[in-house]
Design a protein around this ligand. Structure first.
Ligand code: SAH
Length: 391
């Protein structure tokens, strides 16, 4: 589209201040007028009440009307995408996240954290999975794939996997075809199922926390609840755990975990899978686990579900605090963006009081560097965790 054909959205007086601070969202209530009605997903320019340029981004119907992708008035063409993708690619290279045989699983683009609201891009060795969370980003898939070819020509496969929000959109290969899905994290091999798996196929955000578990697992008996494809189980085994039980309510998740345990040649007699509801199962166990990992799915996807989510965290943590061996550790997480760090900690305090045990915080955990948080978009902080020692 030619620059002059891009619809222009004018804000009400005073509503430009968050954009001037580089917060990338324009709420619908801030809009005074439009010179032509944009289509959902279309590029728009946003100007202040005096007509001065503020930013350009994707328009959608809903409370977030515009997600800004550029605070500069530049042409949005292939060079724009190459520039943006190469910046975050270089940042990941500098973090040593792309090293053959050691680590080839990383997040290339993390939405607002990388200045590209609505876009997630994950790398699994030679494959990139593009996950657009907005129609606007979905519409950019072809040009993004072209830019990937320029920035990382070694990428053999590009899989477009729209998020659940885009029911009508089709997942498809934009480059290559279903291919070898083995990728590395901490020197461990993982078989990544980006087609049928959750999210883009793997929970990349727990990389650093898995490493810490591995360091503390020697000779320990570990229960990894909500195991999905077994990330925490594998680092525990790598760290010399005496035994690991991997629990999930999904058989597909347990199958992935078993595949990954086998793929790495671990002693299968030291590992078992359990198909169960996590809370119900923990209530039935004795007190012989040295370490319990609690990494549930987001209990609160929206602010409205926050209260229920907090109760959920309280319940599951209380069960684990009651059952963990004396001196044992609990790795407990929340990935609900709507539940902030302090609220999560509050739920754990309540759980410890109900369980009637002494509990210390040894580590405070968070999302890794390839899931960056823009200083101007604090909403991007979502993963928090605690390592608790229970006396
Ligand atoms: N810890 C994992 C990611 C967890 S994702 C990792 O490191 O990769 C959340 C997982 O919880 C999913 O696999 C889902 O199947 C499982 N799950 C959801 N509800 C559950 C429940 N009530 N009991 C046990 N598992 C559950």
């Amino acid at each position: 589209m030619k620059q002059e054909d891009i619809p222009v959205i004018q804000l009400k007086p005073g509503k430009e201040s968050s954009l001037r601070r580089s917060h990338p969202w324009v709420f619908s209530g801030a809009i005074a007028s439009v010179n032509q009605m944009p289509q959902p997903g279309q590029w728009v320019k946003v100007v202040d009440a005096q007509g001065r340029f503020l930013g350009a981004g994707h328009y959608h119907e809903g409370s977030i009307a515009v997600r800004i992708l550029s605070f500069k008035d530049v042409e949005i063409d292939i060079d724009f995408w190459i520039d943006r993708l190469s910046r975050s690619w270089n940042s990941r290279q500098a973090l040593h996240l792309n090293e053959e045989g050691k680590n080839t699983i990383f997040r290339w683009v993390h939405g607002e954290g990388d200045g590209l609201p609505g876009l997630i891009m994950d790398v699994y060795d030679q494959t990139v999975v593009i996950q657009p969370h907005t129609l606007g980003m979905y519409n950019e898939a072809a040009i993004i794939a072209e830019a990937i070819g320029k920035v990382a020509p070694q990428i053999q496969t590009i899989y477009l996997k729209p998020s659940e929000k885009q029911m009508e959109a089709q997942a498809q290969y934009l480059k290559g075809s279903p291919s070898n899905a083995i990728a590395f994290e901490h020197g461990l091999k993982y078989n990544i199922d980006w087609e049928r798996g959750q999210k883009t196929g793997f929970f990349i955000d727990q990389r650093e926390n898995r490493r810490l578990l591995g360091e503390l697992s020697k000779d320990k008996k570990v229960l990894n609840t909500f195991c999905y494809s077994g990330g925490f189980s594998l680092t525990a085994l790598q760290g010399g755990a005496a035994h690991v039980d991997s629990l999930d309510s999904s058989q597909h998740a347990l199958d992935l975990t078993l595949q990954n345990v086998t793929l790495n040649g671990f002693d299968e007699s030291k590992h078992a899978v359990i198909k169960a509801d996590a809370v119900e199962y923990i209530k039935t166990v004795g007190s012989d686990y040295d370490i319990i990992v609690l990494d549930p799915p987001a209990f609160a996807k929206h602010l409205s579900a926050k209260h229920k989510a907090v109760q959920g965290y309280r319940k599951i943590n209380e069960a684990a605090i009651r059952k963990i061996k004396s001196g044992g550790l609990i790795f407990t997480f929340s990935c609900s963006q709507a539940v902030d760090k302090d609220t999560f900690k509050g739920a754990i305090v309540a759980a410890a009081i109900d369980a009637g045990r002494q509990v210390k915080i040894l580590h405070q955990l968070h999302q890794p560097a390839d899931h960056p948080i823009s200083l101007f978009h604090p909403e991007g902080e979502y993963l928090k965790g605690l390592v608790l020692e229970v006396i």
